[in-house]
Design a protein around this ligand. Sequence first.
Ligand code: NAG
Ligand code: NAG
Ligand code: NAG
Length: 421
Amino acid sequence: MASNHHYRRPHQPLTSPSTTYLYIFLSIITLTALFLYSSHHFTSSTTPITIKPINQHISGQINDNEASAAVCDYSEGKWFYDPTVRSGRYDETCKEIYKGWNCIAGNRSGAKEILKWRWQPNHCALPQFDPIRFLQSHRDISIGFVGDSLNRNMFVSLFCSLRRVTDEVKKWRPAGADRGFTFLKYNLTIAYHRTNLLARYGRWSGNANGGELESLGYKEGYRVDVDIPDGTWAEAPSFHDILIYNTGHWWWAPSKFDPVNSPMLFYENGQPLIPPLSPEVGLDVVLKHMISYVEEKARPGTVLFFRTQSPRHFEGGDWDQGGSCARLQPLSPHEVEEFFSVQNNGTNVETRLVNEHLYEAIKGSAFRLLDITRMSEFRADAHPSLAGGKKHDDCMHWCLPGITDTWNDLFIQHLSSIKIR
Ligand SMILES: *[C@@H]1O[C@H](CO)[C@@H](O)[C@H](O)[C@H]1NC(C)=O
Ligand SMILES: *[C@@H]1O[C@H](CO)[C@@H](O)[C@H](O)[C@H]1NC(C)=O
Ligand SMILES: *[C@@H]1O[C@H](CO)[C@@H](O)[C@H](O)[C@H]1NC(C)=O
């Protein structure tokens, strides 16, 4: 692929666009002259059609370089192959990488190729974040990742990127957190709070003396308290300066919350919600409660992000039906639609459905969206698959190093335009 040239252009802002512009301008003049000269049937309408897209392209490039970060849509763009990339920003020796995600050590084919693709937004650049500069500019700050294992994947990526440049690290586990670390020289803390649904949930069994749910025929299930945050993160908004939330995968996990044998049973104010809610409606109610909870609990100035849904890429069946993800290259835009369009109702359809709920829930709230979905939809090649000797292909989590490194670039790019405390 001749994309090296393409990818580098945004990094040479001061010289190349004007040179390119001059070159294209002269080419157009020459071509137009030739065309005028040779054609007896020239009509003026052909000229604007030829020139317009080229002009737009060039002005887009110039705008990027004038740093219009605040208005840039980083979610629309393309992955470019850059064969000059030799390695990731950290390697397979980073100890926080869970074995099943360590694609290089686990011999996943193409594990190093994954790192050679770079995300290029359509109208601006998304640079790789500089870990030293990040540490220096975030002294005495605490960052909490709150969510399921996909947020842990992103947390590990950030940890490994920072650990690579500073080795004075102390484990620190704030209230409820699954794991956390302080980079001592900078007093920057990052922590991961594990929670699948954000709301608290637990096993539920029908009472022999009966009850509202029992009378509807429910015997077993999971009680989900829509208005009570999971204990693992309930305190987190009161001490982190920056929080990144996610939820989604467990809401569409029929193996755990089987709609017949172990359904989610929603409670509010300690009472079952009757009639029982479907998981989709339950998600809306939980998001509403959890978002207001965080807004009330967080100190003024806390920066709140909600990360959009991470796409899965099972092909030929779901995870428990022999589905796999053996691709060695990103999907084409056409394939992305085949995988993810809601109309297609394919194996991985929940990605965009979850986002529809999220967009609705955070409207008018204090949360900013961290939109990683679109860029990740292309990356069917970047999952661990069978790395590390698994029974089923893992087409849900991401190889590390890998694309959650780019999610962190996006996160840090957003942070750089926000004043923290
Ligand atoms: C990966 O390959 C290397 C060299 O072939 C081998 O030593 C190692 O055991 C393999 N690791 C896994 C997890 O299969
Ligand atoms: C370290 O950072 C935390 C915030 O994460 C802050 O509360 C604490 O005072 C800082 N410690 C020092 C010694 O500055
Ligand atoms: C989508 O597909 C699933 C099975 O793959 C099916 O159960 C469901 O009814 C379908 N939904 C729609 C809206 O077609």
